[in-house]
Design a protein around this ligand. Sequence first.
Ligand code: FE2
Length: 189
Amino acid sequence: MWIYEKKLQYPVRVSKCDVRMAKLLIEQYGGADGELAAALRYLNQRYTVPDKVIGVLNDIGTEELAHLEMIATMVYKLTKDATPEDFERAGLSAHYVNHDKALFYENAGGVPFTATYIQAKGDPIADLYEDIAAEEKARATYQWLINMTDDPDLKDSLSFLREREVIHSQRFRESVEILKEERERKKVF
Ligand SMILES: [Fe+2]
């Protein structure tokens, strides 16, 4: 079970209304390497990994939900004062007529989220390597997003998220080593 704490993991501030940037940020909301995919991937894998690494998947899967909330807050703040014309100028007129200002699980190109972004092989090492790749891709995406904005407040929140992906990648790498060591020990009689 989860206990909800009514605050963001890290503050989210934006300097101005910017629908163009909101459109790009949605990549980390409903995209292949986004926070929803990450949270669902890790929380799902918990059931078939050895006990020693369940905690890591639990911790990181939960934290990804907190990151999803941060992205949603960024998009909300970037669009709350926007007009329909602002949406049109940002190439989001189709989104506007379908959802108004509501968020939708899609990527920056408007492709809806799909479970096919997530693999579950049932082999702990294979799954953890997928997790490491997911973290590295998320880190890269955050860097590309930082490069696309000149808003210092937004850059600050995105930099926090980028650094968390680095930590997650390291924790998954450690988990692989723990499982490999265990596998080697079992071969010694
Ligand atoms: Fe992550």
